[in-house]
Design a protein around this ligand. Structure first.
Ligand code: PLP
Length: 358
């Protein structure tokens, strides 16, 4: 019998640990590290949570039927095109497990969402990263060129976390026209509600591109990050595969009821999102006036590219001002748009540190 203790799979032992946005319980701290909504939950959501909580002794509906029907009606898709999971990160984990055998490749831009390489490695898939362009956008021609016969999935993040750049309708269609039909293109739209109101709704592309899958979440604009619910919109065969790979009951009845309630308050969600957009534009303009280079953002955060030394100093400067932001080794700093007062505090830090501009 072996003397050694139980060992993790090598792929798991070698995983980078997910670095969650830092937290603070102090009311003076501006929590701008995790792209959460700064608005309190919608009143209808709180009511729905209380109602669902009273049934917490029961398992939830395994496939979130009420939410599935509501979203299908809202998006104008069939219910069998939807698959829900514990956040869109949960759905993405299901997706990679459903598609990739060990050694198969997943192409995505870098820097992008830090969950991507972790989910790939966990599934035994090989992450293939393609550097962003110098203006912080996906380099779609280079991503096409990175596709091999081992590629199963291409992940597009639009707007991109953490740079805020979005992929235009023309770029997306051009890309979809060139990707081999056997490669799944996943469009992660976690921040879509903060983009231009007249932006393409990629749901309309699904009939034309059966290898397209959309990922959406209730965590950001809908303010339900703490409840964990997101979904994929795809062809029925893929959605079915996603349901098979779901950890059973991973979307709670509380989360489902809250998401249904949020969809009953879409006007208020839209009003809140446009307030965030207005603040984002104010912050970007003011930071540029202060001499900072800030790329356009279509999300609820802004991006400051810095070298590593300035990155550390800038995060420290924000820490000293009791503002939690997200620093990324080598690349820069991401700052969530909060309420107007928090955003003013961000601008005050930027104004006080011209030596950290880049
Ligand atoms: C926040 C975020 C998500 C959504 O995460 P949830 O698991 O739904 O909370 C997905 N993709 C990106 C790029 C994100 O930034």
């Amino acid at each position: 019998m072996s003397e050694s203790l139980p060992q993790l799979r090598p792929a798991v032992a070698a995983l980078p640990s997910y670095i969650a946005g830092r937290r603070s319980s102090s009311p003076n701290t501006a929590p701008l590290a995790s792209n959460e909504s700064h608005f309190p939950p919608l009143p209808a959501v709180l009511t729905a949570i209380a109602g669902a909580g009273a049934r917490a002794n029961r398992y939830p509906d395994m496939f979130s039927s009420a939410l599935t029907e509501r979203v299908a009606e809202w998006l104008g898709v069939a219910t069998d095109q939807l698959a829900f999971g514990p956040g869109s990160v949960g759905v993405l984990a299901q997706l990679i497990n459903a598609l990739c055998d060990p050694g198969e490749e997943v192409v995505f831009a870098w820097r992008s969402f830090e969950a991507y390489p972790i989910l790939c490695k966990l599934a035994g898939a090989v992450p293939v990263t393609v550097p962003l362009t110098s203006d912080e956008r996906h380099d779609l021609p280079a991503m096409l060129a990175a596709i091999t016969e081992r590629t199963k999935v291409v992940l597009l993040c639009s707007p991109n976390n953490p740079t805020g750049a979005s992929i235009s309708e023309a770029e997306l269609i051009d890309f979809l026209n060139q990707v081999p039909a056997g490669v799944l293109v996943v469009l992660d739209e976690a921040y879509r509600e903060f983009g231009p109101a007249d932006a393409l709704n990629p749901v309309t592309l699904l009939p034309r591109y059966p290898n397209l899958c959309l990922l959406r979440t209730f965590s950001k604009a809908y303010g339900l990050a703490g409840l964990r619910v997101g979904y994929a919109v795809a062809q029925p065969e893929l959605a079915d595969g996603l349901r098979k790979t779901q950890v059973p009951f991973s979307v709670s009845a509380v989360a489902e009821a809250a998401a249904v309630a949020a969809l009953g308050s879409l006007d208020e969600v839209a009003r809140r999102s446009s307030e965030v957009v207005a603040e984002r534009q104010r912050v970007i303009a003011a930071a540029r006036d202060l001499g900072w280079t800030v790329p356009d953002s279509a999300a609820n955060f802004i991006w400051l590219r810095t070298d590593d030394q300035r990155r550390l100093a800038l995060v420290d400067a924000f820490d000293a001002a009791d503002i939690l932001v997200r620093g990324y080794p080598v690349d820069g700093v991401r700052i969530t748009i909060g309420d107007a007062e928090s955003n003013d505090r961000v601008l005050a830090v930027l104004a006080a540190h011209p030596e950290l501009r880049q």
